[in-house]
Structures are given as C-alpha cells and as structure tokens.
Design a protein around this ligand. Structure first.
Ligand code: NI
Length: 376
C-alpha cells in the first residue's frame, strides 16, 4: 500500500462514519484490505471489529496495536471535500484516522515480516465512545498472550510530525452516577404536607463539590460534574422525586473507590436532612489509562529516530477504554499530532492526513522493535 492509497482509505472511512456497535462496513473494509495483503484475521465472534495477527519468522514477544473504529452522533461542519455523507454522524474523534493508521502499520509490518521476531496482533475495536467495546475485546482469548499494548489517538494540540508521549496517568476513569431523591408530593401551597426533594437536590448539587475541594488530597486530581438535574413538571405541585446525574473522573483506583463511597453517603445523609431518601446508582466505566514509564522512553526514542518531534500532551480528565487492555500488561497511549485547530468531538474537528503515513510507519517500527526487545 502506498501513502496515497492509505490516505484514500482514511477518506473513505471519514465519508461513511458508523456509530458504536454499527461498524459493519468499516470492519468489512479493514478485513478486505488485510486479506488482500495476506494478513490473517483471528476468529473472534465479535459482531463488529476484528483482530489481525502477524506471526514473525522467529520467536519473540507478542505486541498489541489497538485502533478504535466508531464515530459520534454529530453533524459534521468541517467543510472537507471528504466530509461525512451520513446525516448526523461524524468521525469527530479521529477514530477513522486510528483505524487507517493501524491498518497502514499492519501492511508495513507485513512487508517486513522477515525482520519480525515475535508476533504482532492488531486490534480494530468497536464502541470506544460508549466504553462498551474495550471490555469485550480485551477479554478475547486471542489477546491473553499479548506482552505490551500500544494505541494511537489524534491530538489537535500538536501539528503533524509531533507525537505526544507522556508517562503515568493520561486519561481518567469516567464513572457515571444517577442519584434519585425520593420525597413526597404535595400541593405547592401546602409544602408541609409533603417532603420536597428539590431543596435536597439543590443542597446536594453544591455540597458534592466539597468532596473535590475539602475531602481529597489537593495533589490528587478528581472532577465531579453534575450535568443533568430534573424534578417536577409544573409550577403548583411539589414533585415526588428529583434526579441528579453526572460523572466522577479520577486517576487513582483508591481515590476512585473512596469518592464513590463518599458521594453515596453524602447523598443519603443530605436527603435524610430534608426528610427524603436517596439512592445512588453507578455505571462504573473503564479505569484510568496509565502509561508505562520504560515503554514511554522506548517509544520516544523510536519516534526521535524516525524524525518526529516528541512532546508532552496537556492533561485531560476524559476517559478511554484502552485501559481495559492495560489491566493485563503494560502499554502506552500515544497522541499523534493532527493539528486542525478544533478539539476532538467538535463539529469542525479535522485530522491532518499528512500525519497518517508517518504515524503508520512509527507504529510499525515500534512493534517490530518491541517484538524482539529483551523481556523487561
Ligand atoms: Ni477518541
């Protein structure tokens, strides 16, 4: 595959984005390209997404490369000549770039397979945006022997030609909570005959922030955002129930557990103080993404050898289910500078295609070098 062909493949994915768990066409395009190059696809039983394998000529280690494939329910406003043709769907997080990048890496490794000592497994993962894909794919039997995992992610903060490689935590654990405060409905003229859940919800929305500002160590990052408040239907009725929904973001498993327990307690005690009750439901997301320090140093050295500038990306409390792969082995989540000027998930987001071919070369080189590296 040439640079021009890889770019055309990326543009084709961009024109036809598919949402989480609907990535059938994308999976088919990747599978065809792999098969045309003689690269084996492992049987997985996944409805969308796939795992490709490149066994080397000599024994060595097993290196995993991971790309996510899904798009977002956003109407594209980029004005690109290869903009989305699917109404209300857009590759606004660059997962089309990731898929093309790792396909390119697979094809480049295939061309150099005689050099390969070890095995490279390439994961094309569905449903990153809903955090539903990583858990299922990482649990696949075929991936249990992987020694190290690497992922790429577009990054508007750096221009093409720069990679962001940062040791330690780089993405947060995104947990979702829903707090239902149960009161007792009444006529708004006689509130004393009911138990109004709205003052309880309002008090909790404010006091919950003290878990971040007063409870935890200031040097441990955490974000608690209440993003959805709902109660009542009209002006003259005290409602029965109030709902608070939001997200907790942490970088540390211990703090994560403590903050969850503290919010549960605070919700209950606050509601009780207003004569109401509270129930907190959690949707526990993937863990924080923590980059391995030694592997970061190796990746940065490889990047420099290939002529990349290496930077340290800004911190974010966004979530990423790449952490599912890092539960079993170390790895690095690498930011690929793709310029463009708009943040990921913005309707004007673009990923500079000039970054694509060099990124594919980088991941191919990294996998080839890591497969034959001494076990650490
Ligand atoms: Ni993304």
């Amino acid at each position: 595959m040439t640079e021009g062909e890889l770019r055309a493949f990326f543009e084709e994915l961009h024109r036809h984005p598919e949402l989480a768990m609907e990535e059938k066409r994308t999976t088919g395009l990747v599978e065809n390209a792999l098969k045309r190059a003689g690269i084996a696809v492992l049987p997985s039983g996944l409805p969308t997404g796939l795992i490709a394998v490149l066994p080397g000529a000599k024994p060595g280690r097993v290196i995993g490369l991971r790309a996510d494939m899904d798009a977002l329910p956003i109407q594209e406003e980029s004005g690109l000549d290869y903009a989305s043709q699917e109404a209300g769907k857009m590759h606004a997080c660059g997962h089309d770039f990731h898929t093309a990048c790792m396909l390119g890496a697979a094809l480049l490794i295939k061309e150099r397979e005689r050099e390969l000592a070890g095995t490279v497994k390439i994961v094309f993962q569905p449903a990153e945006e809903t955090a539903a894909g990583g858990r299922v794919v990482a649990a696949q039997e075929a991936l249990q022997d992987v020694n190290e995992f690497y992922a790429c992610h577009t990054y508007p903060g750096f221009p093409a030609g720069t990679l962001g490689i940062k040791p330690g935590p780089v993405m947060a654990a995104p947990d979702r909570f829903m707090i239902r405060i149960q009161g007792r409905g009444a006529h708004a003229g006689n509130p004393h005959l009911g138990r109004d859940p709205i003052p309880a919800a309002a008090a909790l929305a404010l006091s919950a922030q003290t878990l971040v500002s007063r409870y935890k160590d200031a040097f441990e990052p955490a974000v608690l955002s209440i993003t959805h408040v709902q109660a009542g239907e009209t002006w003259n009725v005290v409602p029965q129930e109030a709902l608070l929904e939001g997200t907790l973001r942490t970088l540390n498993e211990g703090l994560r557990r403590e903050m969850i327990a503290r919010l549960n307690d605070l919700a209950q005690s606050t509601a009780q103080g207003f004569g109401c009750t509270a129930e907190t439901e959690w949707e526990i997301g993937p863990g924080p993404v923590i980059n391995d320090e030694a592997l970061c140093a190796f990746a940065a050295q490889t990047a420099a050898r290939l002529g990349f500038a290496v930077g340290v990306q800004d911190n974010t409390m966004g979530g990423e289910d790449f952490s599912e792969y890092l539960k079993r082995c170390p790895g690095v989540f690498i930011r690929v500078g793709t310029g463009g000027g708009y943040s990921n998930h913005h309707p004007m987001f673009t990923a500079d295609p000039a970054a694509l071919w060099p990124a594919a070369q980088f991941f191919a080189e990294l996998a080839l070098r890591r497969a034959c590296a001494d076990t650490q």
